[in-house]
Design a binder for this molecule. Structure first.
Ligand SMILES: [Zn+2]
Length: 223
């Protein structure tokens, strides 16, 4: 891949178009519950409609847009309080046991990768660069996915992946202090998993999910 293909607008790779669309959604440039004009987005990103159509189809799988037969694509509404609370109930069932099993069964390579990912973001992003939030959102999702994968329980890993939780959570809003608390909690979980402290890992994950629910519910209650 040449630098030109990775960054050049006309040659933008399908995955880069997908990531740009996520940035537009997370930054509200494509607001919730509104029409997405495929051709307008293609013009804005200076690409042909084909990669935009592909990206929209991926975003449809993620639950960030929906396609209606004659009207094209719309962004989905943000999660309401009940939907968010339900997702946390599900995560509380899946993820503490995933952390416990990752500590018990994870390969040393998997645990090393997890610790690296936990250290990849020493500071929560501040400022108004949408790309920073998109990469922070990816990091958050990736950390949880790595724990689920390290657990060796593919049913848990798949169920968790299907929720696309982090994409939805980051649409509710972002605060630097909440971002920093998230990072500190991630480091504690990864450390417990890495020292193979199964109970400590489960407890740290449960504490993270409960704290994260307290941080996010007020955002979902906002009118
Ligand atoms: Zn997290």
């Amino acid at each position: 891949m040449t630098a030109d293909r990775a960054t050049g607008q006309a040659g933008m790779l399908p995955d880069a178009v997908y990531q740009r669309l996520i940035e537009l959604i997370l930054s509200n440039e494509l607001p919730p519950d509104s029409r997405v004009n495929l051709y307008q987005v293609a013009r804005q990103l200076d690409v042909s409609p084909t990669p935009v159509r592909e990206a929209l189809s991926r975003l449809d799988d993620d639950g960030l847009v929906v396609k209606s037969p004659l009207k094209g694509y719309r962004t989905t509404p943000v999660l309401d309080v009940k939907e968010l609370d339900d997702l946390f109930d599900l995560r509380l069932l899946l993820e503490p046991v995933a952390a416990q099993k990752a500590a018990e069964n994870g390969s040393s390579e998997a645990l090393e990768t997890l610790v690296e990912e936990a250290g990849a973001f020493p500071r929560a992003p501040a400022g108004d660069d949408a790309a920073d939030y998109a990469s922070f959102c990816r990091h958050d999702g990736q950390l949880h996915a790595l724990i689920a994968q390290a657990s060796g329980n593919t049913a848990i890993a798949r169920s968790l992946a299907r929720t696309h939780f982090h994409l939805h959570a980051f649409r509710l809003g972002y605060e630097e202090s909440a971002g920093q608390a998230t990072l500190d909690e991630h480091v504690r979980i990864a450390a417990a998993v890495a020292r193979r402290d199964a109970d400590g890992a489960a407890d740290a994950m449960r504490a993270h999910l409960l704290a994260s629910r307290e941080r996010l519910l007020p955002l979902a209650r906002r009118p």
